[in-house]
Write a protein that binds this ligand. Structure first.
Ligand SMILES: Nc1ncnc2c1ncn2[C@@H]1O[C@H](COP(=O)(O)OP(=O)(O)OP(=O)(O)O)[C@@H](O)[C@H]1O
Ligand SMILES: [Mg+2]
Length: 535
């Protein structure tokens, strides 16, 4: 529809310039009143027609474009949720953020310029060239003198614009990244010196400015060189056209009709070339967006994991992230119903070990069996449904307490939610003035560290999983509360499989076995008694 609109618009415009000859030769020079009436009616109809085309094109095209953008945003978002964890984690979050905001915006801008307007101008150019050749092909040939200048300028400045538009997008990404990380580290930055982060920011900001400036500079140089080329052509036409009128080869109306078509042609060519340059600008932007869309998705097919029956078995498992060996030759069996404690120095690989269990990394070597099915063959969603995790970095999102809990069990009743909060010793939530409807602020900023942990623990109770994993989940609690929370935990999940990572070993007293990690290896696998006797 937009194309049809632009066809109508361009056709009407060609008709109008064609009529200029009749207006001048028949109406102005021959003073024909009948002709004037006729021309007026045609001009008004053409002008109306042109508006219809204009409205059609200007509404339908953005509509289609916005729809595409909506879908792109959706696809990017789903990619973030469903993409392979290791692929997403290896990127800078600010960069992903920038691609899903700034680059989409740049995409929109370029698409407006190269879209239907571009095609309208193509039609206009064809129409105008038709009028020009029909009016006087000799004059038209004169105008072509300017073509080489057009081509040269397009080539040179087009490539410059491509280069700098890519740089602008990159520096935008850096900028977003810097603001993003500053916000998340505000407390740290305030208490330490702000100088370092300020100078990082200044550099990033200056870079963005520099690239935007150069982008604008090449844009204007480019446009100006086009105008110079047009002047050369127009000067040739005035000279040759003037001579042609003087010696009677063409009429004044011919020349004016020619000139008005030419002015529109030049204008259209400028817009066209601008659009053609946008194609070059568009390429890097599209590539940046595509990179996100190309992140591979976690495998959602595979064998359905119906029930945890027997054991989890690690066989010669190695995990490498980038260049570093995170886990080395892990061999162990966790039987159903066992309570496993995991200890070890900071950075020894405990969290990485349990992340493997809930399938965050699929790039490990060796084998991890759940009841004799290799992890990579299991439909990861069905496996995660059976696992509850309280991780070291508690994630609370900016919404109500209720929604923060419902992610564990979307159809939970108020009664179930209350029970879970009580088990997690998070009754304080119920005493808040707005109770479950309390909004928690970004990353749960309105809660204390220990409150956040207990709220996150309530999610585990709500999910009621077959395998429970607690990674330093009670580290922010005072010893007395921690003990109570841990006792409740063992009690509630006494027939489930429980894996607890802890630095405070008092929380592991009720474990059956303790795995001791060092440098990415399990160096000891002891019964709880052996472990505490050694201590
Ligand atoms: N995404 C990652 N990229 C690179 N290295 C990583 C990544 N995640 C973890 N590591 C490295 O792997 C090692 C093990 O990390 P892990 O989080 O498993 O340790 P941990 O035993 O849980 O430590 P802590 O007791 O401090 O929580 C560390 O040296 C860490 O720097
Ligand atoms: Mg850890």
């Amino acid at each position: 529809m937009a194309l049809l609109g632009s066809l109508i618009e361009a056709g009407s415009l060609a008709g109008l310039t064609y009529l200029v000859k009749d207006i001048i030769d028949r109406v102005f020079i021959e003073k024909d009143l009948e002709k004037l009436k006729f021309v007026l009616i045609v001009v008004i109809s053409l002008a109306l027609f042109k508006q219809i085309g204009f409205i059609l094109k200007e509404y339908v095209y953005p509509y289609a474009l916005f729809k595409v953008l909506k879908q792109l945003r959706q696809e990017i978002f789903l990619k973030l949720i469903n993409g392979r964890y290791s692929d997403i984690q290896s990127r800078q979050f600010g960069d992903i953020l920038s691609r899903s905001t700034n680059d989409l915006e740049a995409f929109r801008n370029s698409m407006i310029l190269v879209g239907v307007d571009f095609i309208t101008q193509l039609f206009t150019v064809v129409g105008m060239i038709g009028v020009l050749i029909y009016r006087d092909y000799q004059l038209f040939l004169i105008f072509l003198i300017a073509t080489p200048i057009f081509a040269l300028s397009f080539n040179y400045f087009g490539n410059k614009r491509k280069k700098y538009s890519q740089k602008v997008q990159e520096s935008f990404a850096e900028y977003t990244q810097t603001v993003n990380q500053t916000l998340s580290g505000l407390e740290t930055i305030k208490v330490f010196s702000k100088k370092v982060i300020e100078s990082i920011f200044e550099k990033v900001n200056q870079n963005l400015f520099k690239n935007q400036r150069k982008n604008a500079l090449y844009d204007v140089l480019y446009l100006s060189s086009l105008e110079i080329a047009s002047y050369v052509g127009v000067a040739g036409i005035i000279l040759y056209g003037g001579i042609s009128i003087i010696n009677g080869r063409i009429t004044t109306g011919d020349l004016f009709s020619f000139l008005s078509a030419l002015l529109i042609l030049v204008n259209s060519l400028q817009i066209l070339q601008r659009g053609a340059i946008q194609f070059k600008v568009l390429t890097p932007v599209v590539l940046r967006i595509k990179e996100i869309l190309n992140i591979s998705t976690e495998q959602e097919k595979g064998i359905e994991f119906k029930e945890f029956r027997e054991k989890i078995e690690f066989k010669k498992v190695y995990l490498k992230i980038g260049q570093s060996n995170i886990l080395n030759n892990i061999n162990t069996v966790i039987k159903k119903g066992q309570k496993i404690g995991v200890v070890g120095h900071t950075g020894s690989g405990k969290s990485s070990f349990i992340k493997l269990i809930y399938g965050l990394y699929d790039n490990y070597e060796g084998y991890i069996y759940f009841d004799n099915i290799e992890l990579r063959q299991i439909n990861i969603r069905t496996l995660r449904e059976k696992i509850g995790v309280l991780s070291q970095d508690v994630f609370i999102f900016n919404d109500t307490v209720r929604n923060n809990l419902l992610i564990a069990k979307p159809d939970a009743t108020d009664e179930e939610i209350n029970q879970a909060l009580i088990k997690a010793k998070a009754e304080f939530i119920l005493k808040l003035p707005n109770g479950l409807e309390t909004i928690l602020g970004e990353r749960g900023s309105s809660l204390s560290g220990g409150e956040r942990q207990r709220l996150a623990l309530a999610r585990v109770y709500l999910k009621d999983p077959q395998i429970v994993i607690i990674d330093e989940g009670t580290s922010a609690l005072d010893p007395k509360t921690e003990e109570e929370v841990i006792n409740l935990l063992y009690n509630h999940f006494k027939d489930r499989t429980l894996i607890i990572v802890a630095h405070r070993i008092s929380t592991l007293k009720m474990c059956d076995r303790i795995l001791i990690f060092e440098n990415g290896k399990i160096i000891k696998d002891q019964t709880s008694r052996e472990f505490f006797d050694e201590k």
